[in-house]
Design a protein around this ligand. Structure first.
Ligand code: DI6
Ligand code: FE
Length: 402
């Protein structure tokens, strides 16, 4: 196995205990796809004989970024709805009039597998250019057994064909498809029955739902979560985005990996998430794009020591953006996270939200996923926006074009 020694880096390891897990003059030894040694350059073991040595001349190195909540696979776009919202229509009104998610469902069903793949690959490459090495991708724009499976298969294909880890999430409970209008409980029965087949086909790593007054009720969400847990699949939830449905507490009762959005999260929801170790996944891009005004309870989450993650939530309706770095900026400016909390939110806490303990920090035995930046200090990643300082990316020990 090839060994590569990366020397003279400013390392933000994000190991616990010190700010940023900082190492002013650090080194990384990579063997195959694994980090074999991480520490101060001056403390390198003297007997190392790496196959290659690379001098980073003081460049910043962080773990590869993890975008743990995206809806990358879909057809079409919704710029016309954006215009309608600018003229005063609300996101909920557009959804209730049959637009919104169902607009994208029609375009997704009409697109071929290759069209879906090409469009999603372009979005994934945009994220990758900013140092993203792991991405979670949800279904939720197919809303039939065949179309949901097709979207999950496209996500899996992205993981095979791009130098990127893809985790897939089944989100059949995203909206009620037109053929089930007025029969939401029947649709949930159907969505529950699809999970075993998705799992047998190797298409699904987790199960999500949209629990809100324009989505599904807590009782319906509970049913899809029971079906998921019976198959051993972990769950996560679009919870408390537009209203407080008690979704976070419900998800926590099912040991959810994460609850996502959370603008309307209650103290009871926070207590339940704390007890279950569930990650709070904040999505500042959707907050920005929908011009929400109710902030997620960041200080209460901190006080309860609930881990906070940040993601792009890329989707055509509430966040059509392609930059995880911009989310760091928004997490700080809009949600008042510190730059270190924001970076932990797209690395170590994002890894936890995906149930992937092998990444998100720079430490021995973890996966060799890291990014090299044209920056002196990691706070700069949250400070600049609209500029991409990513210079090199190593994913699974292999350097790829960023
Ligand atoms: N909440 C969101 O913000 C996205 N899905 C969800 O449940 C939006 C999806 C869309 O509008 O297409
Ligand atoms: Fe989402």
């Amino acid at each position: 196995m090839i060994t590569t020694l990366w020397r003279h880096a400013r390392l933000a390891t994000l190991q616990p205990g010190t700010p940023w897990g900082w190492e002013e003059d650090g080194a990384l030894l990579v063997q195959g796809d694994t980090l074999r040694w991480v520490g101060p350059d001056a403390a390198l073991p003297p007997d190392l004989q790496p196959d290659q040595e690379i001098d980073l001349q003081g460049a910043l190195v962080t773990p590869g970024l993890i975008d743990a909540h995206t809806h990358l696979v879909y057809g079409g776009q919704r710029a016309a709805e954006f215009e309608r919202r600018l003229q005063g229509a609300s996101y909920e009104e557009i959804a209730q009039a049959g637009g919104g998610i169902l607009n994208t469902v029609a375009a997704t069903r009409a697109a071929s597998d290759d069209e879906l793949f090409r469009a999603a690959a372009a979005r994934a490459r945009t994220l990758m250019a900013e140092g993203v090495t792991t991405v979670e991708i949800k279904s939720g724009y197919g809303l039939s057994q065949a179309h949901e499976a097709r979207c999950l298969a496209v996500a899996r294909r992205l993981g095979r064909e791009l130098a990127l880890t893809v985790r897939t999430t089944s989100l059949a409970a995203h909206a009620l498809p037109p053929e089930y209008a007025g029969r939401a409980d029947d649709y949930i029965d159907a969505a529950c029955s699809w999970l075993a087949g998705q799992q047998a086909a190797g298409l699904v790593d987790a199960v999500d739902a949209f629990c809100d007054h324009i989505g599904f009720s807590p009782a319906q969400t509970d049913r899809i979560f029971r079906a998921a847990r019976a198959l051993g699949l972990p769950v996560k939830l679009h919870a408390e985005q537009l209203s407080d449905q008690g979704g976070a507490a419900l998800a926590a009762r099912h040991d959810a990996l994460s609850c996502d959005h959370l603008e309307h999260l209650s103290p009871a929801g926070i207590a339940a998430m704390r007890a279950s170790g569930t990650v709070a996944m904040l999505l500042p891009g959707a907050y920005y794009f929908l011009r929400e005004t109710k902030l997620p309870p960041v200080q209460a989450l901190r006080d309860a020591a609930v881990p906070i993650a940040i993601a792009s939530d890329h989707n055509p309706g509430s966040c059509p953006g392609g930059s995880l770095l911009l989310m760091l900026s928004m997490a700080c400016t809009l949600f008042r996270l510190t730059p270190e909390e924001a970076l932990r939110g797209v690395t170590v806490n994002a890894a936890r939200a995906l149930g992937l303990p092998d990444r998100g920090r720079l430490a021995e035995r973890l996966r060799a996923d890291f990014a090299v930046w044209d920056a002196e200090h990691p706070r700069e990643l949250a400070y600049r926006f609209g500029l991409n300082p990513c210079r090199r990316v190593v994913c699974g020990g292999v350097e790829r074009a960023p």
